[in-house]
Design a protein around this ligand. Structure first.
Ligand SMILES: *Cc1c(COP(=O)(O)O)cnc(C)c1O
Length: 360
């Protein structure tokens, strides 16, 4: 079976080189030398300030801590077209998600839809840069200022993405990343929080380590969200291969883009976004076509995934009082094709998809 995604395993020899350091120092967690090295090297790679980059144990905790650090309450405006964690992290922190429908073309939170919302009970916006395509940050910024809202971007899909010639992480008050095994860059489990605000970054760092500052003094309420040395070792070994990973994914992505029939829709990508080719989603005309295609691919041994279905408005723990028809329609019709390093038989996948297009 060809999976929809497969974690990248770095050279074992290289990973062992980092793990040997763990054995030499006997330092397994609590911001050890590998954690420090990964932080600096990631900051360089992502072109951000290392002092303001906080590594954490996963992307969901990154969102939770981001929300906690801004002391948010009441409602939070968010996108229903996302992975469940963006909404669930907000609910876990005691916030009420207020969904804003997405743009039909970019599939990101739409500010023209946001204009129609009553935001009097909201303090914040939580947009998601879906599939690595940047949100319209200028419009979101303007909207947020006009309504006095803080902005947390879920940038889980955006490892290495540049927007308007700078790191995507620099936009909004805070951005979060996920380093889960299936993401483009990973530490097995892991994530990061970034903010341009140095004072806020210090608070976020404290919050991720029981509320203690770098001298070990307890300052405020914290949680344990530390990234261990063993996880940092995996991160360093993957980062050593990042240029090759990105190049291989780009080749696969571009092959899909050139070969897949234009009968299937695509996410609109703008010129200001330098993407990372993390996903290859296609849009079917209707859900029946999608199901038929997914079935056909499965018969050929190809696994695909309905990212993101269902639209989060339908989460079982939320009442069904909200309505986002665009997200509902897109989420019923989007299918992600296999994309990972070491992918074989891409032609077979393309042929199966195109055969379906010829039929319909
Ligand atoms: C993966 C992902 C998360 C959660 O990250 P974890 O590291 O798995 O906790 C959050 N939001 C989005 C959009 C994601 O894709």
């Amino acid at each position: 079976m060809i999976p929809v995604s497969r974690p990248h395993l770095p050279s074992r020899q290289n990973l062992e080189r980092y793990l040997n350091r763990v054995y030499e120092t006997h330092w397994l967690s609590n911001r050890g030398p590998l954690h420090a090295e990964l932080t600096t090297r990631l900051a360089t790679f992502l072109d951000v300030n290392p002092d303001n980059l906080v590594l954490v144990a996963n992307g969901t905790l990154a969102l939770q801590i981001a929300i906690k650090s801004l002391e948010l309450e009441g409602q939070i405006i968010t996108s229903p077209f996302s992975f469940v964690a963006s909404t669930s992290a907000a609910v876990w922190q005691g916030l009420e998600p207020k969904f804003c429908d997405i743009d039909e073309k970019t599939w990101n939170l739409s500010t023209s839809q946001a204009q129609k919302l009553d935001t009097t009970s909201a303090n914040a916006l939580l947009p998601v840069h879906v599939f690595g395509q940047a949100c319209n940050t200028d419009a979101i910024d303007q909207f947020a200022r006009s309504r006095n809202l803080q902005v947390i971007y879920d940038a889980s899909h955006c490892f290495g993405v540049k927007y308007q010639n700078r790191s995507i992480l620099e936009f909004g008050n805070i951005s979060t990343l996920s380093f889960h095994a299936t993401k483009l860059f990973h530490t097995v489990e892991g994530g990061a929080i970034y903010t341009n605000d140095t004072h806020l970054a210090k608070k976020i760092r404290r919050m991720s380590q029981f509320g203690t500052n770098d001298q070990g003094v307890i300052v405020d309420v914290g949680i344990n969200a530390k990234l261990s040395e063993v996880h940092a070792a995996m991160g360093l070994a993957v980062l050593d291969e990042m240029d090759e990973i990105l190049a291989e994914r780009e080749t696969i992505w571009k092959t899909y883009d050139a070969m897949i029939s234009s009968c299937f829709g695509r996410q609109k990508r703008d010129n200001a976004t330098e993407g990372n080719h993390s996903y290859f989603p296609i849009l079917c005309d209707d859900e029946a076509t999608l199901e038929k295609l997914q079935h056909k691919l499965k018969d050929k041994g190809v696994d695909t995934r309905r990212y993101f279905y269902p639209s989060l408005i339908n989460l079982p723990y939320l009442g069904d009082t909200q309505h986002c028809p665009i997200s509902e329609s897109i989420s019923r019709r989007v299918l992600c094709l296999p994309l990972y390093t070491g992918l074989r038989q891409q032609e077979q996948i393309i042929d199966t998809v195109n055969a379906m297009a010829a039929q319909s």
